[in-house]
Design a protein around this ligand. Structure first.
Ligand code: 5AD
Length: 354
C-alpha cells in the first residue's frame, strides 16, 4: 500500500488495479497516511487557508426528477420557493459584510429563471460587487446561454457530473438526462473560460468501485478547477429513501485521492459531509479539502432547500456563524481567508520542495 500511495503522490494517478486496492482497503492506517499527505499537498499550494463561498439557494423549483434528490419535480411535499432579485442582492450584501468575496447562485433547473432573468441578476451582482467572484450552479443549459452568462460577468460554474459511469448514471436519473450531455456541458463551460467544478456523491445507490474509478478518470481528463464530493444521504420523499447513506471513511479517502491527483484543485468540505458527522468539515479539511460553503440564503427558505434528510442549515452551515467557523478552523491550524480564493495554477517545480 505504501508504494501505491507514493506512486499516487508522485504520478498523480494510478492504474485500475492499484485504484481498486486503494479504494477497497478499509484500514485506518492507510486512510490516516493518505489524509496527511493530501493535507500536506494542499498546504503547499494554498497554505493553511480555507476559502469561504457564500451559497445562495435561490430557487428549489426543478424540472428534473433525479431519483436521489429531495427537490426533484415529483416530490409534491417540497415547499417550493423562489427568491426575488432584491432578496438575492440582500443575501450578497449580508455576505459581503461578513467577509464573503464569492457568491454561489445555486438552484434547481427552474424554467422561470430564463437566460434574460439570469443575465439581469448576474449583471446586478457584478455591478454592486465588482471585487467578488460569482459562481453559478443552475444545471444544464446550452453553450450560448453559458457563454452569455460568462460575458455578463459570471466567473465560475459548478455542475457535478454525479457519476462518470453511464450505466450508473441511468440508474440515478430518468432517461431524459444523459451522462453524455452532462459531460458536454462541462467541457463547454471549460472552453468558454469558466473556472469549472464537477463532482459526485460518494456511496450513491448502485455505485461500484469501478464507477468510482471512472469518476477519477473523468476528473483527470476534465482537469477541473474544483471538485465537489460528499456522501449520498437518503431523502424520505425520493425512490432512494431506504438506501444506505454514503460512508465517511470512503469520502475522506476520495477527498485525499483527488487532492493528490490535482494538487491545485479547490476542494470543498461539503455540507453533506458536515451533515453525517458533526466534525465532518474539519475532518474534510484535514483530508486535503480547502473550501467551505456556508449558507447565505434567507433563514425562512433554508429549511426548504432540502436535497437530503437532516441537511444542515444552522450552526456552522449558516453564514452568520463565520466567527464560529473561524474558531473551529483555527483549532485545527487553519485560517479562513476572506478573498475571492481563485484557483492557483502553481506548477510542481515551484510548489514542491519549498
Ligand atoms: N445526498 C447527497 N447529495 C445530494 N445531492 C443531491 N441529492 C443528494 C443527496 N440525496 C447533491 C448532488 C447535486 C448537489 C447540488 O447536491 O450531487 O449535484
Amino acid at each position: 500500500m505504501k508504494d501505491i500511495l507514493f506512486k499516487l503522490e508522485e504520478n498523480h494517478f494510478l492504474n485500475d488495479d492499484e485504484f481498486k486496492l486503494l479504494l477497497e482497503d478499509e484500514s485506518e492506517e492507510t486512510l490516516n497516511v493518505l489524509n496527511k499527505r493530501a493535507a500536506c499537498v494542499s498546504k503547499k499550494t494554498y497554505g493553511n487557508k480555507v476559502y469561504i463561498r457564500g451559497l445562495i439557494e435561490f430557487t428549489n423549483y426543478c424540472k428534473n426528477d433525479c431519483y436521489y434528490c429531495g427537490i426533484r419535480k415529483s416530490n409534491c411535499r417540497a415547499e417550493r420557493y423562489r427568491l426575488t432579485d432584491e432578496q438575492i442582492l440582500d443575501c450578497c450584501a449580508a455576505g459581503y459584510k461578513l467577509g464573503f468575496r464569492t457568491f454561489v447562485l445555486q438552484g434547481g433547473e427552474d424554467g422561470f429563471f430564463t437566460d434574460e432573468k439570469m443575465l439581469a441578476i448576474i449583471k446586478k451582482i457584478k455591478k454592486s460587487y465588482p471585487d467578488c467572484a460569482l459562481t453559478l450552479s443552475i444545471g444544464e443549459r446550452g453553450y450560448d446561454s453559458y457563454k452569455a452568462f460568462f460575458d455578463a460577468g459570471a466567473d465560475r460554474y459548478l455542475l457535478r457530473h454525479e457519476t462518470a459511469d453511464s450505466e450508473h448514471y441511468s440508474r440515478l436519473h430518468p432517461s431524459s438526462l444523459s451522462l453524455q450531455n452532462r459531460m458536454k456541458c462541462l467541457f463547454d463551460l471549460k472552453e468558454i473560460g469558466y473556472q469549472v467544478g464537477c463532482g459526485f456523491m460518494v456511496g450513491s445507490p448502485y455505485q461500484s468501485t469501478n464507477s468510482i474509478i471512472k469518476d477519477l478518470k473523468f476528473i483527470r481528463d476534465l482537469n477541473p478547477h474544483m471538485v465537489g464530493i460528499g456522501p449520498f444521504i437518503p431523502h424520505n420523499a425520493t425512490p432512494f429513501r431506504a438506501c444506505k447513506q454514503g460512508d465517511m471513511h470512503l469520502t475522506l479517502k476520495l477527498l485525499s485521492i483527488i487532492r493528490l491527483m490535482l494538487p491545485n484543485v479547490l476542494l470543498p468540505a461539503t455540507t453533506a459531509l458536515g451533515t453525517i458527522d458533526p466534525a465532518g468539515r474539519e475532518k474534510g479539511i484535514l483530508a486535503g479539502a480547502n473550501v467551505v460553503m456556508p449558507n447565505l440564503s434567507p433563514n425562512d427558505v433554508r429549511k426548504k432547500y432540502l436535497l437530503y434528510d437532516n441537511k444542515l442549515c444552522t450552526g456552522d452551515e449558516a453564514a452568520e456563524c463565520v466567527l464560529r467557523l473561524k474558531n473551529k478552523m483555527k483549532s485545527i491550524g487553519y485560517e479562513i481567508a476572506t478573498c475571492r480564493g481563485d484557483y492557483k495554477n502553481i506548477t510542481e517545480s515551484n510548489s514542491y520542495g519549498k
